[in-house]
Design a protein around this ligand. Structure first.
Ligand code: F6P
Length: 367
C-alpha cells in the first residue's frame, strides 16, 4: 500500500461556533483525495509539544456530524503560544520560554507535510512566525469578534450576533414591563462589530462601541428624550471594549501564565453606575452575555462558511500555498499572506454603512 502524506490540524485561542465544521470539511476533502491522511493536535500546539505527544488520527467516526456541534473536538487553549510557552522555573514559579524551533523540528520529524492552524489574529501571528522558521503552515481565520481585516467575515461572528440578538429581544420585553433602562454587554474585544449588528437587528436606542468613545451626559439626554416622549424604557447595547471619552477600557490582566490577552469586561456595570448617579426616574439593570456568545450550534451561514474554508485549506495544501490564510472576500473564498492577514486590525470604520444605518434609525452612539 502506498504511504500516505500527513497533514495536521489544530484549533487555537478562544473557541467559536464553526470550528468543528472546518475540521470536518478538511477531513472529508483529505479523505476523497486519497493521497493524504489527517491528524489533529489536542489543545492547539500543546498536543504536539507535550510528552507523551497528544495527537489523534481523524477518521469517519471522529468527524461524523460534528458540523452541528459547537466548540472544538480538538479542544483549544489561549495559553499555548510556542514562542511564549508557559513553563515552571526551578523554584516552581511560572515563566515562559520560546519553544517554537523545537516545535517546528518536531512536526517535520514526525513526517507532517502540512499544518492547518484554525485561529484568530493571535494564532495567525504565531502561524507567520512558524512559517518563517520553515513550517509549511496554512491559516484558517476564526473569531466571533470579526476583527481580522483580511476577510470580510469570520465564521462564528454571525452566530454570536444571532445569540446576542435573541438575548436582546428578551431584554426588550422585560425593559418595557418595568419601564427600565436595560444595558446588555457583548464581546468583541477592541472592535464594535457584534454590538453594532445587534443594535440594528434588535432595534436598540443606544449602541456604545470602542471606536466611538461615549459621553454619559449625552447618553442621559437621549434617555430623557425617550422617557419624555412617553416611551418609558430604553435598551442599550455596549461592547466590552467601549470606553468613556477620555477614559480607559475596563478589565484586568490575565492571571494565567502564557495568556497574554487583557480580559475585557465590566463596562456594562460601570455604565449602570454612571446612569444611576445621574437620574432617578428609571431603574437600571445590566446583563453581561459573556461566553454564551461563543457556545452552542453554529447557524447555517457559519456552517457553510466554515465547511468551505476547511475544503479550501486542503486545496491550498495541494497547491503548496503555505504561509497563507484562507479569506472570504466579496462572497468568494480567496487567499492572503499571513503577513498581510495579521498586519492590520478590523475596527468599525466610522463611515461604514451600518454606522450610517444606525444613526438614521435614531440610534445614539453617545457622541
Ligand atoms: O476573542 C474572542 C473573545 O471571546 C473576546 O470577544 C473576549 O474578549 C475574549 O475572547 C474572552 O477571552 P477568554 O475566553 O480568555 O475569557
Amino acid at each position: 500500500m502506498k504511504v500516505k502524506k500527513k497533514a495536521i490540524v489544530l484549533t487555537g485561542g478562544g473557541d467559536c461556533p464553526g470550528l468543528n465544521a472546518v475540521i470536518r470539511g478538511l477531513y472529508k476533502s483529505v479523505k476523497y483525495d486519497g493521497e493524504w491522511e489527517l491528524w489533529g493536535s489536542i489543545e492547539a500546539f500543546n498536543g504536539l509539544l507535550s510528552d507523551p505527544i497528544n495527537i489523534i488520527k481523524l477518521d469517519d467516526e471522529k468527524t461524523r456530524g460534528i458540523h452541528v456541534k459547537g466548540g472544538t473536538i480538538l479542544r483549544t487553549t489561549n495559553k499555548g503560544n510556542p514562542l511564549d510557552f508557559p513553563v515552571k522555573d526551578k523554584n516552581g514559579n511560572w515563566t515562559t520560554e520560546d519553544r517554537s524551533q523545537e516545535l517546528v523540528d518536531k512536526i517535520l520529524a514526525l513526517g507532517f507535510e502540512a499544518v492547518v492552524n484554525i485561529g484568530g489574529d493571535g494564532s495567525q501571528t504565531i502561524s507567520q512566525k512558524l512559517f518563517e522558521k520553515g513550517l509549511p503552515i496554512i491559516g484558517v481565520p476564526k473569531t466571533i469578534d470579526n476583527d481580522l481585516s483580511a476577510t470580510d467575515v469570520t465564521f462564528g461572528f454571525t452566530t454570536a450576533v444571532q445569540i446576542a440578538t435573541d438575548s436582546f429581544d428578551k431584554l426588550v420585553t422585560t425593559a418595557e414591563s418595568h419601564r427600565r433602562i436595560m444595558i446588555m454587554e457583548v464581546m468583541g474585544r477592541d472592535a464594535g462589530w457584534i454590538a453594532l449588528h445587534t443594535a440594528i437587528a434588535g432595534g436598540a436606542e443606544i449602541c456604545l462601541i470602542p471606536e466611538i468613545p461615549y459621553d454619559p451626559d449625552i447618553i442621559l439626554k437621549s434617555i430623557e428624550k425617550r422617557y419624555d416622549s412617553g416611551k418609558g424604557f430604553v435598551n442599550i447595547v455596549i461592547a466590552e471594549g467601549a470606553k468613556e471619552k477620555g477614559g480607559e477600557v475596563i478589565g484586568k490582566s490575565a492571571k494565567d501564565s502564557g495568556d497574554a490577552n487583557f480580559k475585557l469586561g465590566g463596562v456594562g456595570m460601570y455604565l449602570r453606575h454612571q446612569l444611576e448617579k445621574r437620574q432617578n426616574f428609571a431603574q437600571v439593570r445590566t446583563t453581561i452575555l459573556g461566553h454564551t456568545q461563543r457556545g452552542g450550534t453554529p447557524i447555517a451561514f457559519d456552517r457553510i462558511l466554515a465547511t468551505s474554508m476547511g475544503v479550501k485549506a486542503f486545496d491550498m495544501i495541494k497547491e503548496k500555498q503555505f504561509g497563507k490564510m484562507v479569506a472570504y472576500k466579496n462572497h468568494r473564498l480567496t487567499t492572503v499572506t499571513l503577513k498581510e492577514a495579521t498586519s492590520s486590525y478590523n475596527y468599525v470604520d466610522l463611515n461604514h454603512y451600518l454606522v450610517h444605518t444606525a444613526r438614521k434609525m435614531g440610534v445614539s452612539f453617545g457622541d
